[in-house]
Design a protein around this ligand. Structure first.
Ligand SMILES: [Zn+2]
Length: 231
């Protein structure tokens, strides 16, 4: 019955796969089966000192880091992030993040993690977009792992827009913008910082530095939906 209703709904308002642009079948959600099968998964969680972890080496201590798929601007898979972030489809972020967590959980990535913390958006940005995509991604990981989401970090306005800046300039731009509401609530905990995409790592670094400075005995791991290829 639900499939029939979906078929009718698809005739009225066709849904399209953001990657290949073809109409989705009634049983498909967000991304078509073929594109989901061929999603360029990073599998970074299987590699110690992987390229994502290297972004933070010698800067601030982190336990481990991974992301679901590779992000390349020229690749159609980047359209997934565009949809989640700019086309008002944050629910897609939740469902893909849930799938991501289901896929990597058997390898023990979430084993000793106590809480999931989404990278927050500054309030003016939040008002403009209407939602924080990282929070939706965090929700999906939480649904798969039963690890609670804690919205304890807040963000001040970045100094300028991030686009077209060098690595260090990007870092200076976001350094010190994050603060923590209740440092004691995280004492001795292992937290998973979640963002939509990691590029230079500036945003995650700034947030991790603040947590390492503010919270005694904290351990930090990182997960993103996409990892930009930095070559
Ligand atoms: Zn497709």
């Amino acid at each position: 019955m639900i499939a029939l209703l979906q078929n009718i709904a698809d005739l009225l308002i066709p849904r399209y796969c953001p990657v290949c642009g073809k109409p989705l079948a009634a049983h498909e959600r967000d991304v078509c089966t073929k594109c989901l099968t061929h999603l360029p998964r990073t599998q970074l969680h299987r590699h110690r000192f992987n390229v994502m972890e290297q972004l933070f080496a010698g800067k601030t201590p982190i336990e481990r880091a991974t992301g679901y798929f590779w992000y390349e601007r020229a690749n159609r898979y980047s359209q997934i992030l565009q949809s989640i972030k700019y086309r008002n489809k944050p629910g897609m972020g939740t469902r893909l993040a849930k799938q991501f967590a289901i896929e990597i959980a058997p390898d023990g990535f979430f084993a000793d993690i106590d809480a999931i913390i989404p990278i927050p958006l500054h309030s003016s940005k939040l008002a403009q977009r209407g939602y924080n995509q990282s929070e939706y991604i965090a929700r999906g990981i939480s649904q798969a792992t039963r690890i609670p989401v804690m919205n304890v970090v807040t963000a001040a306005m970045p100094h300028a827009t991030q686009t077209r800046k060098g690595n260090y300039a990007r870092y200076l731009n976001v350094r010190g913008i994050f603060s923590l509401k209740d440092p004691e609530s995280l004492q001795g905990k292992h937290v998973l910082l979640v963002d939509d995409v990691v590029t230079t790592g500036a945003t995650l670094l700034s947030c991790a530095e603040m947590l390492n400075a503010e919270v005694q005995g904290i351990k930090i791991s990182l997960a993103t939906l996409a990892v930009a290829r930095l070559d």
